[in-house]
Ligand binder design. Structure first.
Ligand code: MLT
Ligand code: ZN
Length: 445
């Protein structure tokens, strides 16, 4: 049964944070208790907005004292319900901790608080002639703390890695109320367990980020955007192998249905022939690379090669890719986010096509990540079991990018090895002994 905050408990929160930073109205609870996943109806008891790490630390102490569960909350753009509060939790929004504290161009380092929006990091980097390479659809509202909690990926992972690769430093307060301060931001630091790496991707179940050091890079070179049309999916590994010689900055897949959905969503759809699948790649646009790429593609079993002739045309290709998720939404797909080795892709595609001829498959093929969307599913549990079977058969992962959250927690328990789960539970117990951080998510105890 859901607990209600007593007057004493609510007063104590107000004492810690000030009245404006404690919201119990329906609108705030519904808004901040939900994320893009719509995994469950939001129903937190309150939403709190700490402005400092000391306040955040005090909320953790409060939660331990009252044994009250907390749900850390960023831009709420996750797709697996890691930020959903459906059971009377207190949502801890980090949006007031939103300062960029330092940008050091010599070190190529940006230090910020967790509530800074991803696009603001990108903008700050740009203003200093640098580049922040975590690029994904939700960058306009996702926050650094959420990116760290979910180890956000996106379309440049192939070249730059996921968020974990960009986090040079991290400071966080654990569920136990202890500090993990890894803000040295050193290139090499071998002093003990990799706690920073452990916290990244822990989905707010171990600690809440209070500060981050993000690595910035040189701006990307001008890129050539190429759309490859494939008639036979079995040729994919060969094409991917040939592409490996090139420094690819993107390698995205759209099957026939995904491409059609994205294209139909455009005001001016591309006049591109129908194909079994479309591979969109980006490589440096210098003459040598483009020439070598064209030569390599000429020997590949592809039906057609469309090299964008202008940045407007390249944007048109990307618009199709970026529109697929939105175009699918009205069809209420059962979404999966699986990952496999490149060599297994044709067999995986065949297994998917055999069971779900109308599946919509797209994603970051260059890093082995497929967004599998099943439509018109009569029995979601059965369909899910079948997908996990394919994951098992081809030694893949149940989530390459979106994480576990609420929606995949049970699947994690049923698909991962017992010992691996035990190690995760032991870590959870050590850092959050009272289980106050994001209960029911990831490795639910
Ligand atoms: C994408 O790559 O478009 C996103 O991860 C969203 C999705 O899976 O639909
Ligand atoms: Zn994705």
């Amino acid at each position: 049964m859901k607990r209600a905050l007593s007057d004493k408990q609510q007063d104590a929160l107000v004492q810690l944070l000030g009245k404006p930073a404690v919201c119990v109205d329906d609108n705030s609870r519904k808004t901040y208790g939900a994320d893009w996943s719509q995994a469950a109806d939001p129903d937190p008891v309150a939403v709190v907005f700490p402005s400092t790490r000391e306040q955040l630390h005090a909320i953790i102490a409060y939660a331990n004292e009252w044994r009250w569960p907390l749900v850390p909350s960023g831009g709420r753009t996750g797709l697996t319900g890691a930020a959903v509060a459906a059971h009377g939790e207190i949502v801890v929004s980090l949006e007031k901790m939103n300062r960029i504290l330092e940008l050091d161009t010599r070190e190529r380092l940006l230090i910020c608080e967790p509530g800074v929006i991803t696009a603001q990091v990108q903008q700050a980097a740009r203003e200093h002639g640098l580049f922040y390479p975590v690029e994904f659809g939700a960058e306009g509202s996702s926050q650094v703390g959420g990116n760290i909690a979910t180890n956000a990926g996106g379309v440049r992972v192939l070249r730059y890695g996921m968020t974990r690769a960009q986090v040079a430093g991290l400071q966080a307060v654990t569920g136990h109320g202890t500090w993990i301060d890894e803000m040295r931001c050193l290139r090499k630091d071998n002093a003990g367990y990799a706690l920073r790496e452990l916290l990244i991707g822990s989905e707010g179940t171990l600690a809440i980020t209070t500060q981050a050091g993000l690595r910035l890079c040189e701006p990307m070179p001008a890129l050539a955007t190429v759309l490859l049309l494939l008639d036979d999916i079995n040729t994919l590994p060969e094409v991917l192998r040939a592409m490996q010689r090139f420094p690819l900055y993107a390698c995205e897949w759209m099957d026939q249905r995904a491409f059609a959905l994205g294209n139909e969503a455009q005001a001016n759809p591309l006049g591109v022939a129908s194909a079994a699948g479309y591979l969109m790649i980006e490589a440096p646009a210098d003459a040598m690379t483009v020439e070598a790429l064209s030569a390599a593609l000429a020997t590949q079993p592809v039906a057609d090669v469309l090299l964008a002739q202008s940045s407007k045309q390249a944007e048109g290709f990307w618009a199709v890719r970026d529109s697929i998720t939105g175009a699918l939404k009205p069809r209420h797909p059962l979404k999966f986010d699986v990952g496999f080795r490149a060599s297994r892709m044709p067999a995986v595609f065949a297994a998917i096509a055999q069971q779900w001829p109308d599946a919509v498959v797209y994603g970051h093929l260059g890093d082995g990540n497929l967004h599998l969307n099943l439509v018109n599913v009569q029995d979601p549990l059965h369909a899910q079991a079948q997908v996990w079977q394919i994951v098992k058969q081809f030694q893949g992962t149940i989530t390459a990018e979106h994480g576990i959250g609420m929606l995949r927690s049970r699947a994690l328990q049923s698909t991962e090895a017992h010992d691996r789960l035990s190690a995760m539970r032991a870590i959870k117990q050590a850092l959050d002994p009272n289980g106050i951080l994001n209960p029911g998510k990831l490795v639910s105890t």
